[in-house]
Design a protein around this ligand. Structure first.
Ligand SMILES: NC(=O)c1ccc[n+]([C@@H]2O[C@H](COP(=O)([O-])OP(=O)(O)OC[C@H]3O[C@@H](n4cnc5c(N)ncnc54)[C@H](O)[C@@H]3O)[C@@H](O)[C@H]2O)c1
Length: 286
């Protein structure tokens, strides 16, 4: 089966694929009409829209080694009856650890004597795999955890995670440390915008490890310049973000979309969809 691979994946997953399909490395911007291609393998960096899908009229499988699916035109993929395999939840540990690394770094970089986590209120927006794991890992740290999600949560799980669900506005207003873990879609684009930043506590800490587009960066830059925050840490931000900053900001931590690249999580994130894909094509042959 002719299979294009657009992004680097874990070596073990790539070896598995090579044993099963004809794997051809390709850059997405060099994609041309190719009716022989039946499968593609990609990560979050490759966008598949109508335009790219039109180049591959016989595409049957998309193997996404990423948790977020915002790079894919899901309606179009459904319409074309293309099988999509991905890996929900596989990188949660790495992203949750990155969030905790951000929280402690922001607190300890801020001033002397530095603020301790004990007694603070942590607000989590988006209480899916990653949001829940952040709560699970921090629940013994003597802080108050509040969260908002559009999906109702089971009381038993909330008790286990020592977390209280509140409204969006309550979480935004009450958090000393606010961390964003929603998926990107048309409802969450610029979810964190001028009015939302305005409602946050003066001197709060703000963290985004989800997607750059969830935050209105103009608004973030405005509030960074006005001295709203005690600290900001971002793993996801646009290519233009650094240029938008007038000068160096105190206690601004930026990492380059690496939150999911912990060794175990990265391997799992690549192996799981590849193994699922191979099982599926084996079943089709039988
Ligand atoms: N920085 C990175 O490298 C990295 C790595 C993995 C995931 N991510 C991002 O993190 C996101 C979350 O990952 P996950 O595994 O927890 O996904 P998930 O689907 O389990 O969780 C997302 C949660 O957000 C909730 N949500 C959606 N819209 C909302 C809204 N308007 N307000 C509040 N909650 C809302 C959903 O109901 C869901 O519970 C991914 O979609 C991806 O974009 C980033």
């Amino acid at each position: 089966m002719k299979t294009l691979i657009f992004d680097p994946i874990h070596n073990d997953a790539e070896s598995l694929l090579k044993n099963k399909v004809k794997l051809i490395p390709k850059k997405i911007n060099e994609l041309e009409h190719n009716p022989e291609v039946e499968a593609v393998v990609l990560r979050t960096y490759t966008k598949l829209t109508n335009r790219e899908l039109d180049f591959l009229p016989n595409l049957k499988h998309i193997v996404s080694c990423s948790v977020g699916l915002d790079n894919l035109d899901l309606d179009e993929i459904n319409k074309r009856n293309i099988n999509l395999v991905h890996c929900p939840g596989t990188n949660s540990n790495s992203v949750a650890e990155h969030t905790i690394y951000f929280i402690y770094s922001l607190l300890r970089n801020s001033e002397r004597p530095f603020p301790e986590l004990k007694g603070k209120t942590l607000g989590i927006i988006g209480f899916g795999y990653i949001g829940k794991l952040v709560a699970k890992k921090l629940k013994g740290c003597d802080l108050k955890i509040i969260a908002f999600d559009v999906v109702p949560q089971e009381q038993k799980i909330l008790e286990e995670l020592n977390t209280e669900m509140k409204t969006f506005d309550e979480v935004i207003k009450e958090a000393d440390i606010l961390t964003i873990h929603v998926n990107l879609n048309k409802h969450t684009e610029k979810l964190i915008n001028y009015p939302v930043f305005e409602k946050m506590k003066k001197n709060c800490y703000f963290i985004n490890n989800s997607r750059a587009e969830v935050v209105d960066e103009e608004a973030l830059v405005h509030y960074l310049n006005s001295g709203k925050f005690k600290g900001v840490a971002l793993d996801t931000y646009s290519d233009e973000f650094k240029n938008k900053l007038k000068d160096n900001k105190n206690n601004l931590i930026l990492t380059d979309h690496i939150a999911a690249q912990g060794e175990d999580s990265f391997k799992e994130m690549c192996m799981q969809p590849v193994q699922k894909f191979i099982e599926q094509i084996n079943q089709q042959k039988n």
